[in-house]
Ligand binder design. Sequence first.
Ligand SMILES: O=C(O)[C@H](O)[C@H](O)COP(=O)(O)O
Length: 277
Amino acid sequence: MSEPKYLTGDIAAINEFIDRFDVCKKIVFVTNNSTKSRDQYLQKFTKLGIPSNTEEIFGSAYSSAIYISRILKLQPPKNKVFVIGEAGIENELRSEGIPFIGGTDPAFRRDFTPEDWQGIADGSHLDPDVAAVLVGLDFHINYLKLAHAHQYLRRGALFLATNVDSTFPMNHNFFPGAGSMSAPLAFMIGQQPLALGKPSQAMLDAVEGKFQLDRARTCMVGDRLNTDIKFGIEGRLGGTLAVLTGVNKKEDWEKADAVAVPAYYADKLSDLLAAKQ
Ligand SMILES: O=C(O)[C@H](O)[C@H](O)COP(=O)(O)O
C-alpha cells in the first residue's frame, strides 16, 4: 500500500489533487450526524456562508428514512418506527411519510416509574404497530427509552441505527456518539444493528444514484478512518483525504491494524486554498 500523500504546504500536490478530482465542480456533504435533517443543515450552512442546497446534503437520518421507505416498505398498520434520537431523524421520517413514536416526545423524557415495569412487561405500554427500532445520537437517552426499544426488539422489531460512531467530537474533545446509544441494546439482545450511515455502501449508492458520480474522479474527505475513509475505500472512489481536525491522527493509520488508510491527508481542509488562487 502506498504512503498517504501530505498536501499541506505542497502547492504542486494540491494543484494535482484539485485537477484530479475537479474539486470545485461538485460537492456533496455526507454526514453521520442524525440530530439534524437536511433542511436544518442547509440553515446551518447558510448561516456559515457555505453555498449549498438540500439536494447536496446526505445525512444518516435521511439515509435511514430512505432505507425504511424504499427498501423495507413497511406495510400498515405495522409500519411504525420507535425512535431513539433527535429531531433530525423525526423530520426525515416525516418527509418520507413514515409514522414513528419516541424521539423527542416529552412522554419519553422522564424518569422510570413502578408502573413502567408492569406496562412494558405485559405490553400495555407498547404500541403493537412498531416494526422497527431506529437508534441515532440522542442527547436525552434514558432507561425508559432503552426499556421500550429492548422490548420492541424482543417482540421482533428490526434493529436499525443511523450510524454507529463510538464518539461524537465536540469542543476539541470527545463525547458519547450514536453507536454508544445502540451499544446497550446490542448487548441486551446479542445482535448488532444494521447501520445506515457511513461506511454503509447503501448511502454511497444513494449519492451515486442522485448525481451519477464518476467514482474514479470522486474523493471522500473526512476525519474518521472507520466511517469516512472506509466509506471511500470500500466504495472504490478515486481518492480519500483525511483531515486532521477531528477524530483520527496520522498515528492511527500508521498502526499495523489500521482500519483504513487514506490516500491523502492535510492538517485542515482550508490548506487546499493555498493552490490556484
Ligand atoms: O455520533 C455521531 O453521530 C457522530 O460522531 C457524528 O455526528 C459524526 O458526524 P460526521 O463526522 O459524519 O459529520
